[in-house]
Design a protein around this ligand. Structure first.
Ligand code: PGA
Length: 251
């Protein structure tokens, strides 16, 4: 059985004070809920404060991106060792907004993924097709190409902690959630590719999250599908009551 993950992705929302106010309401609402793993990806400036605040709770906090090198003249970047030095446990890699607005390629994602694993950070690798890919029947090819580039030359023993988030770009922030069947089909493609790459043990243990307009009223229908192991939630995760309700989804 794969333990499901509920992950809140705050993007460029919530300053430190707002992050703490959120946790004041959210943490009591999910206290003792250890059925699933709960993650929050706050902004870079709130990350350290959030990590301190969730210590001794069942919530973990991660970064929204990172560089692959430990230091250097790279303006605006954060390194793996900087993240681990403040207690970061997870890092999102390859989110479509990074690919779109920061020119992040899957070749860069590959370097970041290997660096994350080398520093004991759990990478959450984001993948997903554009609307045009889906409409022209290229969803599978796109996902396999993204997997191929992001996971190139990753040895099986390094793939054990990998988490994947399938996020169709057309579903992010649009209100157009993928149907549970379409999402599950994409997850099955990803799991099959994991099997070809790393073998059946890694493929059946890897958590594959769905992201893209997950809301309290659709989370259960998505998470009851056999290949969907959790949700990466953007907009709807900004409200503590809504996130608590989604964490406690019922099947
Ligand atoms: P959304 O974002 O839930 O607002 O669609 C999801 C994401 O980008 O991770």
């Amino acid at each position: 059985m794969r333990k499901k993950i509920s992950a809140a992705h705050w993007k460029m929302f919530k300053n430190t004070k707002e992050s703490l106010a959120f946790l004041d309401e959210f943490l009591p609402a999910i206290a003792g809920h250890d059925r699933d793993d709960i993650l929050i990806f706050p902004t870079a400036t709130s990350l350290s404060t959030v990590i301190d605040r969730v210590q001794d709770t069942n919530v973990r906090a991660g970064a929204q991106t990172m560089h692959w090198l430990n230091e250097g003249p790279f303006t605006g970047q954060t390194s793996p060792t900087m993240l681990t030095s403040i207690g970061t446990t997870h890092v999102l890699l390859g989110h479509s907004e990074r690919r779109l607005y920061a020119n992040e390629s899957y070749e860069h994602v590959n370097l970041k993924l290997k660096a994350a694993i080398a520093h004991d950070l759990i990478p959450v690798l984001c993948l997903g097709e554009m609307l045009a890919d889906r409409q022209t029947g290229y969803t599978k090819d796109t996902l396999l190409a993204q997997m191929g580039a992001a996971l190139a030359n990753l040895p099986t023993e390094k793939a054990q902690t990998l988490v994947i988030a399938y996020e169709p770009v057309w579903a992010i922030g649009t209100g157009s959630t993928a149907t549970p069947e379409a999402a599950d089909q994409a997850h099955a493609i990803i799991r099959d590719d994991l099997k070809n790459r790393f073998g059946p043990v890694v493929a059946s243990a890897t958590r594959i999250l769905y992201g893209g307009s997950v809301k309290p009223d659709n989370v259960s229908s998505l998470l009851c599908m056999p290949n969907i192991d959790g949700a990466l939630i953007g907009g709807a995760s900004l409200d503590p009551g809504a996130l608590a309700a989604m964490v406690k989804y019922k099947i």
